[in-house]
Design a protein. Sequence first.
Length: 285
Amino acid sequence: MLRRLTQCGLLDSKHQVKNTITKRFNSTEATPREVYTVKKKKFGFGTALLCTIPFVTFGLGTWQVQRLRSKVHYIQTLEDRLRREAIPLPKRINPDVLKEYEYRKVYAKGHFRHDQEIILGPRTRGDGVVGYFIITPFERDNGTTILVKRGWVSPDKRDQKNRTESLEKGEVEIVGLIRVNEERNAFTPDNDIKNNQWYWADVETIAQLTHSQPVMIERVSDISPSTEYVLIDKGIPVGRSPVVEVRNHHLNYLITWYSLSAFTSIMLWRLLRRPPARPVKGKRL
């Protein structure tokens, strides 16, 4: 009997172990496992904007190349006109073709009308000293009148009373450059016509006030600096040097735009080559 009881106990134990193993394999509850989710790249507005910058700046740089060529050609044309011998100023002048004769050296004979003098400034000379330019109607021998930008005077010689030696009388011959109407920028104030204070040379308005042709001749002066200082001290207007004064900054703009295009291209390349963010751990049942 003891043997039978022992056998029964062993059988029961084996049966319990088998049932336990079967339950474990058949159970719906699985052991949690770790999974990895790859984080996708985000192509947002900032990246899209950065993609356009290299192309836009490259286009602007190419545009500045064209502008540079045009400006260099324009300066060369003016310098060629400036080297030519002076020609007599015609009696009748067509304002529509003045642009084609800008910086062309001309001469004329007549006398100044100092009672209609125009004060332009304050302006600086090449040395940075502030003063004023004198514009005076010039009545020619043929009866027509033009405007002559005689030159620069110091602030203390602004009033005619302080520069009596500058008031040329009788017939004189002037040699100067044909200049077109000045372009007013956004920071230039309005001319104070009542008080004869002109901040920019509005040739057409000055011509109407002085009953002159809308033509301005800028007097040139090719004298030594020491002689210029003597004339300035006497209050005699000093004409401009016979050189072309046209600003040309297009090369700087060209370098700036192309450099910006290259820099942003490198930034974009590095951004697109950057690997995605590290995978994010997650638990999966």
